[in-house]
Write a protein that binds this ligand. Structure first.
Ligand SMILES: [Zn+2]
Length: 503
């Protein structure tokens, strides 16, 4: 048995005006062959899960490590990035035919300058190459956009079941197990897909509590009762300006009838909960008042999800920092911003220097910039390891980094922030969040798994940016307004489609 594994993963944001170039992708690395094993074996990621399950399989498959490219979220990818990946992947597949399986790790919410659904297109091209008797098994993020093209060409499609995501490895392992079962099992699994006409802000739900947890709990109960093999519930990343959007449900079972029945039940439940998926945003001034109130529990976490790089926003908006400074900043505050030039200037000046810096709007000209006299507190190479629990031990690289101090405000200034929901983005740079009154976190929900343990209070703030939770305020040009929240129908006709069934 021979299986090729590969990864091509980014979460795009149509409203970030800076396209993601090949150079940007390569900041996160590009691996193939033995480098993939060295880099990802045992690591908390989907490729780590693939490797582990295949290594432990009684069928002892030969594992070919194809190209692995994953990029920090950002603006839509240049087509040259996908072309580069495809030129590698096609050669790797051709060199290894015939293959029993191709296991692919995607994010699922990638958009390129030419394709609204690159994952569907890539899977279609892979299918063309490998033929009908090869199993294509796909692992994605819970925020993926699943299309009919992807479903038509894959055999297995599964996503994370947690948000904040803490099951990267497990998802890769589930996909590899189901993929192996499609190759070797006496009973062949089949997956049903039901699109759900809704998009909702990522900050409005989690699998820790509330309506979305109830949907996931229901799926898990079906699994425990052996009514289904596995399932996923997709909340489409809502910052994709694409012409055929949908959230969706997939269910794997041993017959089409069961897969369809339970996928439809899960879809109905997800849609029935739609009104629970809204965010109450607090004015920034109110959050600042709470941070300056001696009776408030500290630290106050000001969530600036609209400028979250995890959601593909530019991470360069100083709108919140400007308000903190304008308030007089009588309390200790910490913020973070992408500004490559300012970070480099700090490195030229050295620790202990004070100079005028203009910070912000380095990538998105619509972001607010501020000009301040700042003290260079510390300088860093921007390489740190996440404390987790999500992705614990994974290395993040945020480029040239400096901590600048303006009055009581400490600002991590970097080239491209990553690991936004992980406290190490601050801790690794000498800022201990628990010693601050106000900490700005540019993330949607991912941060909760770590920050809920240390926060005095968490405040979702009403801030500007490409990842705004106020979906109706976003400048969609292509997305049709025929889905929730624009249209709110009580009764829907559900359509079901199936992945390819192996004979
Ligand atoms: Zn996600």
């Amino acid at each position: 048995m021979k299986i090729l594994i590969t990864e091509f993963r980014q979460e795009s944001n149509s409203f970030n005006p800076t396209n993601s170039t090949l150079a940007f992708w390569r900041q996160t690395g590009e691996y193939e062959g033995d480098e993939v094993r060295q880099q990802f074996a045992g690591q908390p990621c989907a490729v780590g899960g693939f490797l582990q399950v295949l290594a432990e399989s009684e069928h002892q498959p030969e594992v070919v490590c194809g190209t692995v490219m994953a990029c920090q979220s950002g603006g839509i990818a240049e087509q040259s990035v996908m072309d580069h990946y495809m030129s590698k992947l096609i050669a790797q597949i051709k060199d290894n035919l015939p293959l029993d399986g191709v296991f692919i790790s995607y994010h699922g919410a990638l958009v390129t300058t030419e394709y609204d659904d690159p994952e569907g297109e890539i899977t279609r091209r892979v299918r063309e190459l490998v033929g009908d008797s090869t199993v294509i098994a796909v692992s994605t993020d819970l925020h993926a956009y699943i299309s009919a093209t992807l479903v038509d060409n894959a055999n297995v499609v599964l996503a994370y079941l947690t948000y904040p995501h803490v099951d990267y490895f497990e998802t890769g392992a589930r996909v590899a197990r189901l993929g192996l079962e499609c190759i070797t099992g006496k009973r062949k699994p089949v997956t049903a897909w039901v699109p759900v006409p809704m998009i909702v802000p990522a900050a409005s739900y989690s699998t820790l509590k509330g309506g979305f947890k109830a949907v996931i709990d229901f799926g898990n109960s079906l699994k425990l009762q052996h009514k289904i093999i596995d399932f996923s519930v997709y909340q489409m990343q809502p910052w994709l300006d694409i012409p055929d959007p949908n959230s969706s449900v997939v269910v794997a079972a041993y017959c089409q009838e069961d897969a369809a029945k339970y996928a439809q039940q899960l879809a109905e439940l997800l849609y029935a909960k739609r009104h629970e998926f809204s965010v109450q945003l607090m004015p920034v001034a109110e959050v600042i008042n709470r941070a300056s109130d001696p009776d408030e529990r500290k630290p106050v976490i000001l969530v600036d999800s609209a400028d979250s790089c995890n959601a593909g926003a530019a991470g360069d908006n100083m709108a919140v920092a400007a308000q903190i400074l304008a308030s007089g900043c009588t309390f200790r505050a910490a913020a973070v911003v992408n500004d490559e030039k300012a970070a480099q200037k700090a490195h030229r000046l050295g620790v202990g220097a004070t100079a005028e810096f203009t910070l912000g709007a380095s990538r998105d000209k619509r972001s607010q910039a501020v000009t301040v006299q700042a003290y260079v507190k510390s300088l860093h190479d921007g390489v740190f390891r996440q404390e987790g629990p999500a992705g614990r031990g994974m290395t993040q690289r945020i480029g040239t980094t400096a901590v600048l101090r303006v009055g009581n405000l400490d600002i991590v200034v970097c080239e491209w922030m990553a690991g936004n929901g992980d406290p190490q983005l601050y801790r690794a740079h000498g800022i201990e969040p628990t010693l601050y009154d106000l900490v700005v976190v540019k993330a949607s929900t991912s941060f909760r798994v770590a920050y809920e343990k240390l926060a005095g209070v968490i405040c979702e703030a009403n801030t500007p940016g490409s990842a705004s939770s106020d979906l109706k305020s976003l400048p969609f040009e292509r997305l049709p307004r025929n889905i929730y929240p624009w249209v709110d129908e009580d009764v829907l006709d559900w359509s079901v489609r199936f992945t390819r069934e192996m004979k």
